[in-house]
Design a protein around this ligand. Structure first.
Ligand code: DGL
Length: 273
């Protein structure tokens, strides 16, 4: 049975979820965390919903085997493909998921035109359709999947010529349509906010949902009475299905902290060894 001192399980296809982890660290540094990056399978975006659901199930089992008291699906794509399923399958634990932040964008846009950057699977999922239906009435949305951007960020190319070109391809047509807000619907994308801001200029608001997700995680822990009461900065355990040195080398840049990264292997699509 997980207790107050048990870790929060956080996962993503790769290092994208570190943008959520960073917000969680800022808000509740005393919470121990297990972070799983499925870098053996990244990117998730072009994969089938079924496959992403299988991976998400396997990772959730792994995080629960490591005593997680709460699961943060720090990945819009996995949330789109698997959140409903995970909540049914593992009904004894709470999940925090992600959805593109169309609601705050729709509430604050003045031009009524909003750009959304996310992966193909996120745009195809029922979750996005429902967010648009519930919150985007009267707002025009311009979507782009930014092909190749997740891979660039996984390589640590946060400011290269190629990364800039991908973002310009996505954003220039939106700027021509007079957007005043950009929603980051993929947890990898906050790492290129400086580049996005250079391209869109200071009159366009860029929305990173990570702080709101961290707050929601904290609220759930408090409500369930499982918030850690210990003072200090807790330990983070990192796991990857890819190459540990690659993830390790990115942590200081992406998280502002160092950490050891442990290696894990998949047995099949929904089981980790
Ligand atoms: N970081 C992810 C997301 O929020 C997944 C990106 C990918 O693997 O394609 O959607």
């Amino acid at each position: 049975m997980p207790s107050k001192t048990s870790p929060i399980g956080v996962f993503d296809s790769g290092v994208g979820g570190v943008s959520v982890l960073r917000a969680m660290r800022a808000l509740m540094p005393e919470e121990p965390v297990i972070y799983f990056g499925d870098q053996g399978h990244v990117p998730y975006g072009p994969r089938s919903m079924e496959q992403i659901q299988n991976f998400s199930e396997g990772i959730t089992k792994f995080l629960l085997d490591h005593d997680s008291k709460l699961i943060v699906v720090a990945c819009n794509t996995a949330s789109a493909a698997a959140l409903t399923f995970l909540r049914q399958r593992f009904s004894f634990v709470s999940f925090v998921g992600m959805e593109p932040a169309v609601k705050p964008a729709a509430e604050t846009t003045i031009t009524g035109r909003v750009g959304v950057l996310a992966t193909p699977a996120t745009f195809q999922g029922a979750l996005y359709a429902s967010v648009v239906e519930r919150f985007a009435a009267g707002v025009e949305l311009f979507q782009h999947t930014c092909p190749g951007l997740v891979t660039q960020i996984e390589k640590g190319e946060l400011d290269s010529v190629t990364t800039r070109a991908i973002l310009e391809d996505a954003l220039h047509p939106m700027l021509e349509k007079n957007i005043d807000t950009v929603v980051l619907g993929c947890t990898h994308y906050p790492f290129v906010i400086p580049l996005i801001e250079q391209i869109v200029g200071k009159n366009v608001r860029v929305i990173d949902p990570a702080p709101a997700v961290a707050k929601q995680a904290k609220r759930l822990l408090e409500t369930a009475g499982i918030k850690n009461q210990t003072w200090g900065r807790a330990h983070i355990r990192f796991f990857t299905s890819g190459t540990p040195p690659e993830m390790k080398s990115l942590l200081p840049v992406l998280l502002g902290e160092t950490g050891e990264v442990e290696s894990v292997a998949w047995k099949n699509d929904c089981e980790i060894e």
